[in-house]
Design a protein around this ligand. Structure first.
Ligand SMILES: [Mg+2]
Length: 260
């Protein structure tokens, strides 16, 4: 029997799953083509809160992957929804990029430079000490600590990497003793939003990704089907020592085509 029988919505990680930096993973285009042919829905789910959805649209289109705005969902967008639903009109101090700022403003989030109720940290590639000093002061004054995504590092080519959102948060946690609440993967919030929007049960949704502690953990937290691909960060030997157990393991999305 096909492993993905009954799955209507596919949530797809991008880097390490669909492409590696600027190169498509072999079979990825055919995989998306099969989803379209079988009338399945797909959404690219990304924890990267440093860029906005247009960056992803352009990148995916450039790689020949059919994609519209409705096919992209980032931790920054989820944070915008979270704030507008659960912290309506709250004053938010952002430690994040200009792109994230624009994304949040589009959701009506009230961004301030002074006296915030919330300090929100994203993957800030425009970080500086003034922002850190402000964040420390506001957290110390009692502001709530929220963050877009729980990734510690962001991989770059040639084995290099950057400190991602969780590493920035860790610095603030060490300084203030406060711990953040993370909205992106592995929190189930992004998945729940998409599942409810499409009126689907957990058994009708699958997540496919290359990271155990974000993609797979997120899928398991949300009670959906979670499939690991070994085309990115995770190696086969990492699996046996990880607490996160995928339902299925594939070498890449190419291997999934026959299971749809
Ligand atoms: Mg990935």
């Amino acid at each position: 029997m096909k492993k993905f029988k009954g799955i209507e919505l596919y949530l797809l990680d991008m880097d390490g799953t669909i492409y590696l930096e600027n190169e498509l993973i072999p079979g990825a285009r055919e995989f998306i083509g099969t989803l379209i042919e079988k009338k399945k829905q797909y959404v690219f789910l990304t924890n990267n809160s440093s860029v906005n959805k247009n960056n992803y649209l352009n990148k995916l289109k450039g790689l020949g992957i059919p994609c519209g705005e409705e096919n992209i969902f980032s931790s920054g967008m989820a944070t915008g929804i979270f704030l507008s639903k659960h912290r309506k009109n709250a004053r938010v101090y952002l430690v994040g990029t200009k792109a994230l700022e624009e994304e949040l403003l589009a959701y009506g989030v009230r961004l301030v430079q002074d006296d915030p109720e919330i300090v929100l940290v994203g993957f800030d590639r425009e970080l500086n000490y003034q922002k850190l000093e402000n964040a420390c002061f506001f957290l110390d004054q009692g502001a709530e600590f929220l963050a877009t995504n729980a990734d510690y590092l962001y991989p770059l080519p040639n084995g290099r990497f950057l400190p991602d959102c969780a590493s920035i948060c860790w610095m603030l946690t060490k300084a203030t003793g406060k711990e953040p609440f993370f909205i992106g993967k592995p929190n189930r919030y992004m998945i729940d939003l998409l599942r409810e929007k499409n009126g689907l049960s957990p058994r009708q949704v699958a997540i496919i990704g290359d990271r155990l502690y974000t993609d797979i953990a997120c899928g398991k937290n949300a009670g959906i089907v979670a499939a690991l691909v070994l085309s990115g960060e995770t190696k086969k030997e990492d699996l046996s020592v990880s607490p996160h157990r995928p339902d299925f393991v594939f070498s890449s999305v190419k291997q999934i085509i026959e299971e749809i």
